[in-house]
Each structure stands twice: as structure tokens, then as C-alpha cells.
Design a binder for this molecule. Structure first.
Ligand code: IMP
Ligand code: MG
Length: 173
């Protein structure tokens, strides 16, 4: 079934905001090297665009996690489907996410990654749903705060669909 998708942020609006965040990261890390961790699959486009705009030495790694939730609700019990290839000890790590909803996934992930002794550990998300937060986690960089609506595009899916839309839209159910 095809759904009606209402545009929330156009491709141009997203690109502008990604450039702003990249400029902020470049400034904050002041000539140091940053190690971006892309959380698959949702943050592939965001990570790629962000990484290209950061004018510091950048390295990339990828991680895939799956939540034992029922449907669209995450449970907080997370399984690592694909772990990082590289050690993060002593690195300036930035976890790059597509969207933070309850915060359960990231809370689990941040605990796990901080135990690996990075030099610093920050969190960057394209979208944030503050009204849905269950677990309080510190978010260092936020693209847009959005209301409690289900969004797709720019990497985000609804049952694996709409991930490759170049803009961010809302699925009209
Ligand atoms: P959390 O553990 O509840 O914060 O879940 C975050 C994850 O749920 C995100 O990384 C997404 O994979 C997924 N998610 C939450 N809200 C949306 C949405 O509106 N669209 C697409 N995926 C979402
Ligand atoms: Mg995700």
C-alpha cells in the first residue's frame, strides 16, 4: 500500500541544517580528529552528508542494533547486530543517529560505548522527539526538534519503505 507523505522539511532545509551542525562540530573540536559512528540503517545519509561537511580529519565506523520492541515501540533491550570494526579507546567519538524517540536505544548504546574508554563521547541526531522521551540522555547536537509524528525519508523508514526520499516527510496513516 502506498501512503500519502506530507513534507516536513525539504531537501534544501535539511541540507542547510546539516551544514550548520557540521560547522558547529568543526568549531567545537578545534583541529582534533573525530570518529563518527553511524547507526545503521537510518543514519546513513545524515552521517554521509555530515562527514563531508566537517573540515577536520574524520574517520567512520558503523553499528547496527535491533530493539526487542513490539512494532514501533522500542523496549530498551537492545541486541547488537553488527558491532564496530574498530576500537574507540582514546578517540573523540560522535554517535550519529537519525531520530531519538524514547531514548532507550541510545541510553543502552552510550553505556556500552563509554565502557570502551573513548577520549570523549557525544551524541548527534538529525531529529529529536522531546515529547516522547522516557530515558533522559544528553544530546549534544540536534538537527530539528519535532512533534510526535511518524517521519520517513532521508534514511528513515516505515516498514523498510521511503528510506531513500531526499526530504523528511510524515506518513499520513
Ligand atoms: P528509541 O529507542 O525509542 O529512542 O528509538 C529510536 C529509534 O526508533 C530510531 O533510531 C528509529 O530507528 C526509530 N524511530 C523512532 N521514531 C521514528 C520515526 O518517526 N520514524 C522512523 N523511525 C523512528
Ligand atoms: Mg535508528
Amino acid at each position: 500500500m502506498e501512503h500519502k507523505i506530507r513534507v516536513m522539511y525539504t531537501e534544501e532545509e535539511v541540507e542547510k541544517r546539516v551544514r550548520e551542525i557540521a560547522a558547529q562540530i568543526t568549531k567545537d573540536y578545534n583541529h582534533e580528529e573525530v570518529h563518527l559512528i553511524c547507526i545503521l540503517k537510518g543514519s546513513i545519509f545524515f552521517t554521509a552528508e555530515l562527514a563531508k561537511r566537517i573540515t577536520l580529519p574524520v574517520s567512520l565506523d558503523f553499528m547496527s542494533v535491533s530493539s526487542y520492541g513490539n512494532g514501533s515501540e522500542s523496549s530498551g533491550r537492545i541486541r547488537v547486530v553488527k558491532d564496530l570494526d574498530e576500537n574507540i579507546e582514546g578517540k573523540n567519538v560522535i554517535v550519529v543517529e537519525d531520530i531519538i524517540d524514547s531514548g532507550r536505544t541510545l541510553s543502552f548504546l552510550l553505556d556500552m560505548l563509554s565502557a570502551r574508554k573513548p577520549k570523549s563521547l557525544k551524541l548527534c541526531t538529525l531529529l529529536n522527539k522531546p515529547d516522547r522521551r522516557v530515558v533522559d540522555i544528553p544530546v549534544d547536537y540536534i538537527g530539528f526538534d519535532i512533534p510526535d509524528e511518524f517521519v520517513v525519508g532521508y534514511g528513515m523508514d516505515y516498514a523498510q519503505k521511503y528510506r531513500t526520499l531526499p526530504y523528511i516527510g510524515v506518513v499520513e496513516l
